[in-house]
Ligand binder design. Structure first.
Ligand code: ADP
Ligand code: ADP
Length: 228
């Protein structure tokens, strides 16, 4: 778990208008923040800067009070789940989930890798599918594997980039419930990008509204969606 502080964060790609413009947001330890806004407003860019996949042009990013602008992604210890799942097709479900623990720098003993994969699989009901390849899974199962790979690491925070947008409505509802349950039981700080108003209303402690790179409003779902 971690506190994540964005202080006047700016992202410029080339000379154009900043993709993210002076965004400040203090995300509390264990908080679930939803990020919404029209396509192209800078949501993905913001997530990618937090996780370290994109350089920050200006401003400070603090994790638990430490400035991490120049820290490599793996040293930030955050887990990102992408819209397209980004699974390794040649690896089994178990190997996909275990992957972050088997990278050279992680140095997790194999017995513990197995135990942690097992725990993640239990939580996500993937036990019967550990030996299958992603190609043989449903969309919902693939999404669970992507989440398994995130939770197996005991990351300080989860960053979700529209994780359910490729699923049909029924599965989306089911996965929404599972994500809510998972986040409650783990208590992991979460930033979650979505287009879906139901997700924004039901999952988050707070909703942050981004427009043209500028943070326009931060409010509870109730304040944002249920005001007269
Ligand atoms: P969102 O996730 O809200 O759809 P993005 O963060 O993907 O928005 O994009 C924000 C803005 O930054 C857009 O105008 C987009 O075209 C631009 N952008 C995103 N990635 C790049 C890139 N690698 N190079 C140049 N411009 C980019
Ligand atoms: P291998 O057993 O050769 O490592 P697998 O594809 O069977 O390859 O499994 C990859 C990883 O997934 C295992 O190391 C383990 O961490 C996890 N895993 C696979 N199957 C199981 C299982 N039945 N119970 C617990 N963990 C499993």
């Amino acid at each position: 778990m971690a506190r994540i502080e964005l202080k006047n964060i700016v992202k410029k790609y080339g000379d154009g208008f900043p993709a993210v413009n002076d965004v400040s947001l203090d995300i509390a330890d264990g908080e679930f923040v939803i990020l919404v806004g029209p396509s192209g407003c800078g949501k993905s860019t913001l997530l990618r800067m937090i996780v370290g996949l994109e350089d920050i042009s200006d401003g400070d990013l603090l994790i638990d009070g430490e400035r991490v602008n120049d820290l490599a992604p793996r040293d930030r210890d955050l887990a990102m789940v992408f819209q397209n799942y980004a699974l390794y097709p040649h690896l089994t479900v178990g190997e996909n989930i275990a992957f972050p623990l088997r990278l050279n720098h992680s140095k997790v003993p194999e017995a513990e890798v197995r135990e942690r994969v097992q725990r993640a699989a239990d939580m996500l009901e993937l036990n019967e599918h550990l030996d299958r390849k992603p190609a043989n899974l449903s969309g919902g199962q693939r999404q669970r594997v992507a989440m398994g790979r995130a939770i197996v690491r005991d990351a300080k925070a989860f960053l979700f980039d529209e994780p359910l947008s490729n699923l049909d409505a029924k599965l989306r509802g089911q996965m929404r419930t599972e994500i809510a349950r998972m986040q409650r039981s783990l208590g992991t700080t979460t930033v979650y990008v979505t287009h879906d108003q139901t997700e924004a209303m039901t999952l988050g402690d707070r909703v942050a509204v981004l427009r043209k790179g500028v943070l326009q409003q931060v409010a509870s779902p109730r304040e944002l969606y249920e005001q007269p």
